[in-house]
Design a protein around this ligand. Sequence first.
Ligand code: ADP
Ligand code: MG
Length: 336
Amino acid sequence: MLLKKTVLVLFSLSLPFFLISCSDAPYKQVRMMMGTLNEIEIFDLKKQVAQKAVEKGFDAMQRVDDLMSHYKESSEVSRIKNSVPLETVRVSQDTFNVLKRSEEIAQLSDGAFDVTIGPLVKRWGFYDKEQKPLPTRQEINRMRRGMGYVHLFLRPKNREVSKRIPTLEVDLGGIAKGYAIDLAVKALKQAGVVSATVNSGGNIGFIGNPVKGEAWEVGVIDPLNPSELLGVLNIKEGAVATSGNYENYHEIEGKRYSHIIDPRTGWPVQGVLSVTVIAANAMDADALSTTLFVLGPKQGLVLAEKLNAKALFVLETENGKPELVFSKGLETQFKP
Ligand code: ADP
Ligand code: MG
């Protein structure tokens, strides 16, 4: 089990967990996209072949950023935002796939996951990363009336999308990175890669196994002390994602407000420090980490099981020591 120092430093600064497994000679490239660091690491190919595969992987991720970023005026997500009620916006199959899965997870979570949350995320100061005064209850309630996934219509036949109320915006920040990873994984496999990781801001997709060793080992960061690990998760395949309150937050009057908003109250979620989700694909892992963060462990673990995913909750306690809650069986994959 090797861990390159550069990787450790890089990841500890910006990503929710460290990726620990690697072979003697991986080929690695890092690129900034989707507002975060993205890294593709290939363990089984010679440099020249790996280089070409990595390019294909990053091309796929860049495509997702171009289509689905709410920061880009030319994106399909911005076209939805700029449309008028009941106007039809035709989108790519990729954007449609992500909107469709978002709708399913919104329904399954009773609205805990809601991609129309954007205006509230912005009001809480997470679009321009600028702390704003606390909103009033009236302001929050008014904004909540102007959102809601039920006001977004999806028609699969021609990949058509329309909104029912003028204020509706789409923010795929809780799911698109996962989808980008899945596309990159597909592109890498097509290029002949059999052992690799694709990491986007702490969401990781795995291809095959590490060249040396049976499982991938992923460190889970201690949210109360982000330079330390709580432990290491062994993961055989699929994908993993973490949502944490230590990545992106504002401190107002001594209280921490994180970038994950509970659509049912309009307020940032309190009490959950982080949620790590292991799922078959990175889109589900990404979306579920955000969803479970909102739902909390009781309802969250039920939803995870329903979707064949596993989760580790790190919860705030009175005594200052975080409490760990695992999906059934996951504890055996965790080394403190
Ligand atoms: P990160 O993107 O920082 O890795 P997450 O995957 O948990 O973390 O996604 C957080 C992002 O999801 C927020 O920045 C925001 O764009 C969006 N978001 C916040 N709350 C919700 C929610 N309840 N449902 C869907 N998306 C959300
Ligand atoms: Mg997420």
